[in-house]
Design a binder for this molecule. Structure first.
Ligand code: ATP
Length: 333
């Protein structure tokens, strides 16, 4: 559905030089998937989506959307793609239904779609109310409804859960899953990692304009499973000593131990029990997307400190290249 290879985009800095927002970024989104696009603030997610949709010009790289080159062949394919990359501006004094009706007329979409998309996003009951009375979550759903008018095969959502409360996030999750069940491929950018883990089949993680990881969510988590187990036991120092002596790698925390690369947890109970050390807890520490993300994007702040994550700088461009952005030749096909 989406193929991106070697995408580059630099923004000129006011104080000279180029900020490398995308630095040879690659992404592949397969049909029928909900694909999460994860990255820290400023890592290049929105720039990627804007470049893909022809809203900003890339310096180099290849992009295909539904098999067509982007941006050159976008007009042929854009009718099959729904996207919310920038918050759409709605007329606050219009009802949701009237707003969608106007957008349907403008987009040459039959009016029958208006009721269908209102139902799809769960806004049929409130369709008659004016938009400025909508909650943020309802406005987000109206935005999704507007992107669904043309019954897209591919839906691109940039941070759809931004600003939503837990109930709103849950509604958005259910909506995305329902769309996926109807066969819509969804690309969803977010930094709400738990959310992505819950709704996505596969992910791409971007850091400093480059892909640092891609694959099915389950595979990603398995790859990062280090076989760590948390052990609570009455005498921590003695238990740590016993485990180390038996060749088990172990780290001590104030109230527990973590044993690493454990393949047979029963051996830990046997080993400690054999020395009169009784385990009160033995639990696997399975990785979640958040720990994988923090490790790969190097954005875990030290305690009490905010981490600088957006620091890719190129040397100043020569004067001739100081246009709006640095244009590099297209990569030949
Ligand atoms: N129009 C612009 N002019 C100059 N720099 C820009 C422009 N748009 C984005 N950038 C810079 O490019 C980098 C990537 O920005 P982008 O918005 O793509 O990141 P993002 O991953 O979407 O971040 P966030 O999660 O915070 O929305 C950032 O350093 C940003 O400041």
């Amino acid at each position: 559905m989406i193929e991106i290879a070697g995408l580059r985009k630099g923004y000129r800095r006011l104080r000279g030089g180029t900020h490398r927002a995308l630095d040879g970024f690659d992404m592949l989104v397969e049909p029928g998937q909900v694909h999460g696009f994860l990255g820290p603030n400023g890592s290049g997610k929105t720039t990627t989506l804007r470049a893909l949709l022809g809203l900003v010009r890339a310096d180099a790289g290849e992009m295909r959307i539904l098999g067509h080159s982007s941006p050159s062949a976008l007009p042929q394919v854009i009718g099959r793609v729904g996207a919310i990359v920038e918050s759409p501006q709605f007329f606050g004094n219009f009802s949701g239904r009237r707003m969608l009706s106007l957008l349907a007329t403008a987009g040459g979409v039959p009016q029958t779609r208006v009721e269908e998309v209102l139902a799809q996003v769960g806004l049929r009951e409130r369709g008659k109310d004016i938009i400025k009375t909508y909650s943020l979550g309802m406005k987000q759903r109206l935005a999704v409804a507007s992107a669904l008018l043309k019954a897209p095969e591919l839906l691109i959502l940039d941070e759809p859960a931004n600003g939503l409360d837990p109930a709103g996030i849950r509604e958005m999750r259910e909506l995305v899953r329902a769309l996926a069940a109807q066969g819509v491929t969804v690309l969803i950018s977010s930094h709400i990692l738990g959310e992505i883990q819950l709704i996505c089949d596969s992910v791409t993680i971007i850091s400093r304009g480059r892909r640092v990881l891609a694959g099915p969510v389950s595979g990603v988590l398995d790859d990062f499973d280090r076989g760590d187990f948390r052990i609570r036991v009455s005498d921590l120092p003695r238990a740590a000593q016993a485990l180390s002596a038996a060749g088990v790698a172990v780290t001590a925390a104030p109230d527990h131990l973590v044993a690493h690369r454990v393949t047979e947890p029963a051996r830990l109970t046997e080993l400690l029990g054999g020395q009169g050390l009784w385990i009160s807890e033995l639990s696997p520490l399975t990785p979640d997307l958040e720990s994988v993300f923090l490790r790969l994007t190097d954005t875990a702040p030290a305690s009490g400190e905010a981490k600088q994550v957006d620091d890719s700088v190129l040397p100043p461009a020569p004067p001739s290249a100081l246009n709006e952005f640095t244009v590099q030749p297209e990569v030949p096909r």
